[in-house]
Design a binder for this molecule. Structure first.
Ligand SMILES: [Zn+2]
Length: 716
């Protein structure tokens, strides 16, 4: 069965003709030989983010130039109908690497905790078999925090401008494809000739914003998305040339696919993630390499979860027996040795539910029939109606009921498994902000079947909200707080969520409107009491208005919500210090220390507090812990030396100052302190030389000058 969005009858006929090649190849392969099929030595997987299948020539498009991918499909095989399980970057890639559905691996959104380490990744299987492995990532959505880095020797997910200041902006969180591929080429060059290699190249260019380089920007000026597709195709061409140059081409299984498509206005959806129509579920899937019959066409639905076992098959390996996958191997069909029977495919989006409290969407497909569970359910005959315009749920009610019943079984398993919906509390703050920059309106809610509004009725609201969030964040980053406050306030009229209150709070805080900011942080915390950064921001609002007690109260409330958070206790200790209540500061620091066993700086801060309280023995204890955790920071050794010196333990003080000086020879203070400790030990000559050095390092170091003068007097 062959179904593609936007294909004409003629194209469908052509695709069927291509399918005949498969049949022929099958006969040849089975009659000539019983030998094991040839297998590939290397694997190169390219996921081109946000690539609709119907944009490729080989899938029937006549308006976008994709000669390289088209050639790949001729030299190798393709799935006429490939589907993902979620129209979202992170969940979809996790399905590819785990062979599991989103409900099974638990990653339902781009904002998510790290993937459960108990779940085996394809990369880990390859690594265990001796492959050299590297990933070249071009979006922050897939950074190592996702958990997809497991098994990779190299996981290149650094983005220019992705950290540090507030000037960062949308487009900076992606790498352009030519940068990513040339990194990958360098790696292949140094690894591919000796070892078995697996390289994963993730290209983000077709994801919005659509900004293709020339000549595509001009050639596709009125449809820049297509320009990005043509540009990505050029990169595939470069990759193929590189494989040839390195002599890897014939030994390599090359797979090109995508994580989801793009709405481009279909059903009112501009981007992806909100609906689960074919515009965002149908992706290209191309294979080329040893064992793959040139011209072979998969006529059954190929699913993302099928890639894990298929890849292992084509590499001559088998799936480890202790791993349970939801996919099946497509290898026999790609080799032309056997045909596959049609199976069902599941897809979901929880975005309307998780971010807006509306209904989630789930679908189950079997061949031409696709059922979508929603408050107003939908059934489509994709063969006759590939763009899903005619809802047949009433006219084909028995078909709808059958698919609904099967889907209900999936949902039942989902409910049983997902007792714990992902909480934002486990997501790093900077990731949340960067993802916000990509246009996701965040919020509370949990993954259960909901009775919320039908997303079909909410698409306009969703688009307006996405636009306001985007504008608000841009203005926030450009430090136009008046503008960002206005956008977030408008956004609140559409959606009341954690993220909107949080960003409005941040904007108001930056505009020094502390009392208003505090109100919104409080509202944000009602949604996500586990979000430490919001408690800290609330405390900052109080502190800024001189209400230190209010700040402490907020931090303590945060601690009862997140008992294992050391940061909130650290912050509390700092406020107590400002209030000069050293006893309370000590209590808070000690609580923080017990929660953060590897935090050296925290121990230095506690040690310095104890020093100021005159508790030198205790102070030394924590400073010693600090330098044991981090022996490479000069200032920690200096702090330790100072307290030891104060205690009169000069021999130990000298040792500590020597360490500080060894780590930072240019620091005049460390040099002087060492001199002073030696002087007290009566080692005047050494001390004199160090005071002289101090003055060379810092000619205005008065204390050293005085010491030298006194030494001169003593000597005369
Ligand atoms: Zn994506």
């Amino acid at each position: 069965m062959m179904i593609m969005t936007g294909m004409t009858k003629k194209q469908i006929a052509a695709a069927f003709a291509a399918g005949a090649v498969l049949l022929l190849a099958g006969i040849v392969a089975t009659s000539c030989t019983r030998e094991p099929p040839p297998t590939a030595r290397h694997l190169v997987l390219v996921t081109i983010d946000t690539l609709r299948a119907d944009r490729l020539g080989v899938y029937g498009n006549r308006e976008v130039a994709t000669p390289h991918m088209d050639r790949l499909a001729e030299e190798g095989a393709m799935a006429l109908d490939a589907t993902v399980h979620a129209p979202l970057t992170r969940p979809s890639h996790v399905s590819l690497f785990t062979g599991l559905l989103p409900s099974e691996h638990g990653i339902r959104d781009n904002v998510s905790p790290t993937l459960d380490p108990e779940i085996t990744l394809l990369t880990e299987v390859l690594k265990a078999a001796g492959f050299q492995t590297a990933a070249f990532i071009s979006s922050v959505v897939l950074e190592a925090q996702s958990g997809l880095d497991r098994g990779f020797d190299l996981y290149s997910d650094e983005f220019e401008g992705a950290d540090g200041d507030d000037t960062r902006f949308l487009g900076q969180f992606q790498k352009r494809g030519d940068v990513v591929t040339s990194e990958a080429f360098d790696w292949l060059e140094s690894n591919g000739t000796t070892e078995r290699v697996f390289a994963w190249i993730h290209l983000y260019d077709p994801h919005d914003p659509y900004e293709p380089p020339e000549p595509y920007a001009t050639e596709y000026a009125d449809r820049l998305y297509d320009g990005e597709v043509a540009w990505s195709d050029e990169l595939i061409g470069r990759l193929d040339t590189k494989l040839e140059e390195l002599g890897l081409r014939d030994d390599t299984l090359l797979i090109v696919t995508s994580d989801h498509g793009e709405g481009l206005g279909d059903h009112g959806e501009t981007l992806h993630g909100f609906f689960i129509y074919q515009s965002t579920l149908a992706v290209p899937l191309l294979f080329r390499g040893p064992g793959v019959v040139p011209g072979a066409r998969l006529t059954v639905t190929a699913r993302t979860v099928d890639l894990f076992p298929t890849v292992l098959d084509l590499l001559g390996m088998s799936t480890p027996t202790d791993i349970e996958l939801s996919g099946r191997s497509l290898a026999t069909a790609l080799r032309g040795t056997d045909e596959l029977t049609e199976t069902t495919s599941y897809a979901e989006t929880l975005i309307p539910l998780l971010h807006f409290g509306w209904s989630d969407l789930r679908s189950l497909r079997e061949g031409r029939w696709k059922y979508i569970a929603a408050p107003r359910p939908e059934l489509y005959d994709l063969e006759k109606d590939p763009t899903e315009e005619r809802n047949l749920v009433n006219t084909e009610s028995s078909k709808a009921e059958a698919l609904h019943a099967e889907l209900a079984l999936v949902l039942e398993k989902d409910r049983a498994a997902s007792g714990s919906a992902p909480g934002l509390g486990e997501v790093p703050l900077d990731l949340l902000e960067k993802l916000g920059a990509l246009g996701y309106v965040g919020g509370g809610g949990t993954a259960t079947d909901s009775t919320g509004a039908d997303p079909k009725d909410k698409i306009e609201e969703f688009r307006a909200a996405s636009r306001l969030l985007r504008e608000g964040l841009s203005l926030f980053r450009e430090k136009d707080m008046t503008g960002s406050i206005e956008r977030f306030q408008q956004l609140l009229g559409l959606v009341d969520s954690f993220e909107v209150h949080y960003y409005l709070g941040r904007s108001l805080l930056a505009a020094k409107r502390y009392q208003e900011a505090a109100v919104h942080f409080q509202r944000a915390l009602e949604y996500q009491p586990g979000y430490a950064a919001a408690w800290e921001a609330l405390a900052e609002c109080h502190a800024a208005t001189g209400d230190a007690r209010g700040a402490i109260a907020a931090l303590q409330e945060g601690q009862s919500a997140i008992p294992d958070d050391a940061g909130l206790r650290k912050r509390e200790a700092r406020v107590w210090r400002q209030l000069k209540n050293l006893q309370e500061a000590r209590r808070a620091y000690e609580a923080a220390v017990s929660l953060a066993p590897a935090d050296a700086l925290l121990r230095v801060q506690l040690g310095e507090l104890l020093r100021d309280m005159g508790e030198l023995g205790e102070s030394v204890r924590f400073l010693r812990e600090a330098v044991a955790i981090d022996p490479e920071t000069a200032s920690y050794w200096n702090s330790l030396g100072t307290v030891l010196g104060g205690k009169g333990d000069l021999v130990e003080a000298v040792k500590a100052f020597r360490e500080a000086r060894r780590l930072d020879e240019s620091n005049a203070q460390y040099c002087y302190n060492l001199g002073l400790a030696l002087l007290r030990l009566g080692r005047t000559e050494e001390a004199r030389r160090l005071f002289q050095t101090t003055l060379q390092l810092s000619p205005n170091f008065e204390a050293a000058r005085i010491q030298l003068a006194q030494l001169a007097q003593m000597g005369s």
